[in-house]
Design a protein around this ligand. Structure first.
Ligand code: HAM
Length: 425
């Protein structure tokens, strides 16, 4: 019986993993510069957390969550996103009582049971951050600037930033009411899909993220007439745009962006990347001013984003850095001939690694030629050769793989010599 990964799940093999590590470390370094601290939350949460925050009528909650009952009959779900768990942690651990302003970031897997296709998996990774408790248009602009800077640092180009203003919760109620009136008109309602007809009574805003072509057309024709923003939300958003200009960030305004999650207010944004095909959303986010108080916390707002790490890797592979393959280079490879020489080599290997020198050995008894070939293949800079002859003289042969120079070095001088050779290059 050969087992396979479950549909929609995949392995990330070592060669690709190197790029993942690189993106993760670029992100961590960048977030540190902006004073964000890492938070790690569990992969499972109470299902209710997502129903309440992401929204009962959203696709994520109605169709995509991996939800089940645990052994204690509790309703739990694999997290479909990171924002709600972070706010739960912020409140549960009373972090806000020490300081309501918290800049937090996360890197980890999320789960959505969507139909798998290129760029869309059921387990995917997000790199995201949340600036909690800071109610200023400058922080919205800064959050967007971090996302853009991160894409640039990872060598991803060909992307486009689109923004929209959803307004405050009162504006959203007005928007919802207006959309309901528009879509319920005779002749219009029957053009909508069954799901959208239901959404008109449960949550009309969700009609705007329907993927059905007929619904999209109805939306396109109706949305132009909608003006529901209050003066203060208009002013706030204009300030965000001013700050984006200060930061020299290019954007366009897209009135169709409503985001598939209920918690957003005011600023929302999405970044698409042209090389990604149909799943071109590489990252997205926005402001959410009511989620924290709705979850029983203080009346503070927040703003954040999440980038899809899988999609970043795809965009990078298809983009300018596609041919840049990275290797896990080994500094020293030890070639040993015979059982006794292997035992000595094994102890030298431990010493090298103890000195933080990336090193490896051939664990199998192979010919000199085949061990040298292996050293070459893994890109070793130096090779140590130990046979019976070297053992009897308490020395090794040290070969520089670039210059081909060979020296006999006594065991006692070995670490010093290797260190000097490696720093000199
Ligand atoms: P989201 O737009 O649902 O937002 O997801 C963010 C990103 O996750 C997407 O742009 C995409 O790159 C990636 N993603 C989503 N689903 C999949 C999938 N099935 N396969 C591969 N990648 C996927 C959020 O999750 C919000 N929590 C973002 C946020 C943070 N808003 C405020 N703070």
């Amino acid at each position: 019986m050969k087992y396979k990964t479950i549909r929609g799940f995949r392995d990330i093999l070592p060669e690709e993993s190197i790029i993942w590590q690189k993106f993760e470390s670029i992100s961590r370094d960048l977030f540190k510069i902006y004073r964000y601290n890492e938070i790690r939350t569990p992969i499972v949460e109470e299902t209710g957390l997502f129903v309440k925050s992401v929204g009962e009528e959203t696709d994520i909650v109605t169709k995509e969550m991996f939800s089940f009952k645990d052994r204690g009959e509790r309703e739990i779900s694999l997290r479909p996103e990171g924002t709600a768990p972070i706010i739960r942690a912020y409140l549960e651990n009373n972090i806000y009582k020490i300081d309501p302003c918290q800049k937090l970031y996360y890197i980890g897997p999320m789960f959505r049971a969507e139909r798998p296709q290129a760029g869309r998996t059921r387990q995917f990774y997000q790199i995201g951050l949340e600036a909690i408790g800071i109610d200023s248009p400058a922080i919205d602009a800064e959050v967007i600037a971090i996302l853009i800077r991160l894409l640039d640092k990872c060598g991803i180009s060909n992307y486009e930033l689109k923004l929209n203003n959803l307004g405050c919760s009162e504006d959203k109620v007005k928007l919802s009411r207006t959309l309901k009136e528009l879509f319920s008109k005779k002749g219009t309602i029957k053009l909508l899909c069954e799901d959208c007809q239901r959404r008109l009574t449960t949550n009309p805003l969700r009609v705007l993220d329907c993927k059905n072509e007929n619904c999209k057309n109805v939306i396109k024709n109706s949305i132009k007439e909608v003006k529901t923003l209050c003066p203060s939300c208009e002013k706030y958003f204009n300030k965000v745009l001013d700050f984006l200009k200060v930061l020299k960030i290019q954007y366009s305004i897209d009135p169709y962006i409503v985001r598939g999650l209920d918690y957003y207010t005011r600023t929302v944004f999405e970044v698409t990347q042209k090389d990604l095909g149909s799943q071109d959303a590489i990252g997205a986010g926005g402001r959410y001013d009511n989620l924290i108080s709705d979850m029983g916390g203080p009346k503070v707002g927040a703003c954040g984003f999440a980038l899809g790490l899988d999609r970043m890797i795809l965009a990078c592979k298809r983009g300018i850095r596609g041919d840049e393959k990275e290797k896990n280079d080994i500094a020293v490879f030890i070639v040993s001939l015979g059982e006794e020489a292997f035992t000595k080599a094994f102890s030298l290997l431990d010493e090298l690694r103890g000195n933080s020198i990336p090193s490896d050995i051939s664990y199998e008894d192979k010919s000199l030629k085949s061990q040298m070939r292996m050293a070459d293949k893994i890109g070793a800079k130096l090779v140590l050769i130990i046979g019976e002859n070297e053992l009897s003289k308490n020395e090794v042969v040290l070969r520089n793989m670039t210059t081909k120079e060979q020296l006999n070095i006594p065991f006692n001088d070995l670490m010093k010599t290797i260190k000097s050779k490696l720093t000199i290059g």
